[in-house]
Design a protein around this ligand. Structure first.
Ligand code: PAF
Length: 281
């Protein structure tokens, strides 16, 4: 059986361990997660192992990115199982801080990133990217990795943390990895665990609708019409759509010219579960 990775919960222990890796001449890649790891996270950790000699995975369910009415308290917490999965990948270190280590009493700082955080998720979860940018900024400063690996599943988040690292000169190269999907197209997500059998059967409609819209746009259909059809397909199965949108794939700004790179993004509620997905055109 593979050896479990070492787990540290204190910033000073993280820094000492990463300092040791760097003293060996190793490059370090960080994979920030909230735990409840699935094959998508495992792929991120494998990517980290491919691009750096030492790999750190952080596991922290970050309270500042959840609004009071959201699923912070029921978010799955599965540390032991997570460690076994990371052992199989050969991850060197797990950083699992407590909430007070991350946010000591009186904590009052917050990082806000403009640009790619405008619209989409922010229209429905206005607190979200401030919380993500704050915790990811802290993780980058605490760990000081050379690389950080994020999934394209949270495409807007990937753009926000890329901009965060660049604009604040954090010196971390952000690497994105394509979404890992179930055979029926459903994007892997820790929140899929909330779905009952019937909901699980319906959930791939978001991907199917986006894929059809992407095909239509590639065949010359106007993006607006393709997006409206995708929205209708998703709503027809009873989901409540927050947004389906075609955006510039680099900036996430609304489309202006016909030749720009396009990304289709969607978020919808299936019962009490909010699912998001996106695909390139
Ligand atoms: O994508 C996630 O799991 C979280 O938003 C992240 C990046 C770990 C920050 O808490």
């Amino acid at each position: 059986m593979a050896t479990l990775p070492k787990v540290v919960g204190r910033i000073r222990d993280l820094r000492a361990a990463v300092g040791g890796f760097k003293a060996e001449g190793a490059q370090v890649a960080l994979v920030p997660t909230m735990g409840a790891l699935h094959a998508g996270h495992v792929a991120l950790a494998e990517k980290a192992r491919e691009i750096a000699q030492r790999t750190v995975v952080s596991i922290f369910v970050n309270p500042t990115q959840f609004a009071p009415h959201e699923d912070f308290s029921r978010y799955p917490r599965t540390l032991e199982e997570d460690l076994f999965k990371l052992a199989d990948v050969g991850v060197d270190l797990v950083y699992a801080p407590t909430a007070t280590e991350m946010y000591p009493a009186g904590f009052a700082a917050r990082i806000e990133v403009g640009g790619p955080s405008a619209g989409l998720e922010s229209d429905f979860r206005p607190h979200f990217f401030g919380g993500v940018a704050t915790v990811v900024g802290k993780l980058f400063i605490q760990c000081a990795p050379h690389f950080a690996v994020f999934g394209e599943k949270d495409y807007q988040q990937l753009k926000v943390v890329t901009r965060l690292s660049r604009d604040l000169d954090l010196g971390v190269e952000v690497v994105g990895l394509p979404t890992i999907r179930e055979e029926d197209g459903l994007a892997l997500s820790s929140r899929n665990a909330y779905l009952d059998e019937e909901q699980r059967r319906i959930a791939p409609v978001i991907y199917t609708a986006l894929a059809r819209a992407a095909d239509a746009i590639r065949s010359g259909a106007p993006a607006d019409a393709a997006v409206a059809t995708a929205r209708g397909m998703i709503e027809a199965l009873g989901l409540k759509v927050d947004y389906v949108a075609a955006r510039n794939a680099d900036t996430l700004a609304p489309l202006k010219d016909r030749g720009e790179p396009v990304r289709l993004l969607a978020a919808a509620w299936l019962g009490d579960t909010r699912l998001i997905d996106n695909i390139p055109v």
